[in-house]
Ligand binder design. Structure first.
Ligand SMILES: CC(C)(COP(=O)(O)OP(=O)(O)OC[C@H]1O[C@@H](n2cnc3c(N)ncnc32)[C@H](O)[C@@H]1OP(=O)(O)O)[C@@H](O)C(=O)NCCC(=O)NCCS
Length: 170
């Protein structure tokens, strides 16, 4: 699945990730998250590569702007058993800080919806910290609704953090 979207003067291409994207995605990932959006312990862990054995390029779509990788979304089956079939999970969405506010996150979510429909999914699920209001606005614009609140699910920077469960029904 490849989507080509022209925004203002710039062209965003969404395509499946490839092994060769590893260094660019590693750099993007280390710049993209802070403690309002991600887990500090994940950022502190030394990583030699972006892709892992369990989540290789096949789990990701990437966004390119002017030939540079500027965003990614990780999309996977939420459950590994028959009864949960048809529920996809957005298990990571990030755009390079220098490329934000141009609709790249939105283009990636459009691509997720297209891909999910192609796979015959009935629902897309994700989690977002309650503190991450910019991401919540983006998801809401794309039809995601709050399904649940996991109150004080984590402790981040010494404070309890509530995690929201969001879903889009296809
Ligand atoms: C959340 C995230 C992926 C959004 O990516 P993005 O590319 O900036 O998203 P968009 O550009 O589609 O939308 C962001 C804002 O820009 C605005 N925008 C989009 N295109 C625009 C344009 N051409 N001109 C002006 N504004 C524009 C949107 O309306 C939106 O505004 P809002 O913040 O007031 O709601 C990005 O901020 C990020 O990587 N954050 C850190 C990681 C994260 O939080 N991930 C989600 C965890 S669940």
């Amino acid at each position: 699945m490849v989507q080509d979207v022209t925004m203002t003067a710039e062209r965003v291409l969404v395509r499946p990730a490839a092994e060769a994207d590893d260094p660019a995605l590693l750099a993007l990932d280390s710049a993209a998250w802070d403690s309002s959006s991600g887990f500090p312990s994940f950022r502190a862990a030394l990583r030699g590569s972006f892709f892992t054995e369990r989540a290789g390029p096949q789990s990701y779509l990437v966004a390119e702007l002017g030939g540079d990788v500027v965003g990614y979304v990780k999309l996977q089956d939420k459950y590994q058993f028959a009864e949960g079939a048809g529920v996809l999970e957005v298990a990571g969405l990030a755009v390079s800080p220098t490329a934000r506010g141009k609709g790249i996150g939105s283009t990636l979510l459009d691509a997720v919806a297209t891909e999910a429909k192609q796979r015959g999914a009935r629902k897309i699920s994700l989690y977002v910290f309650e503190t991450n209001t910019s991401a919540q606005r983006l998801y809401e614009r794309h039809g995601y609704v709050v399904e649940g609140r996991r109150i004080a699910e984590f402790v981040i920077d010494g404070a309890p953090r509530t995690d929201l469960s969001l879903a889009k029904y296809l």
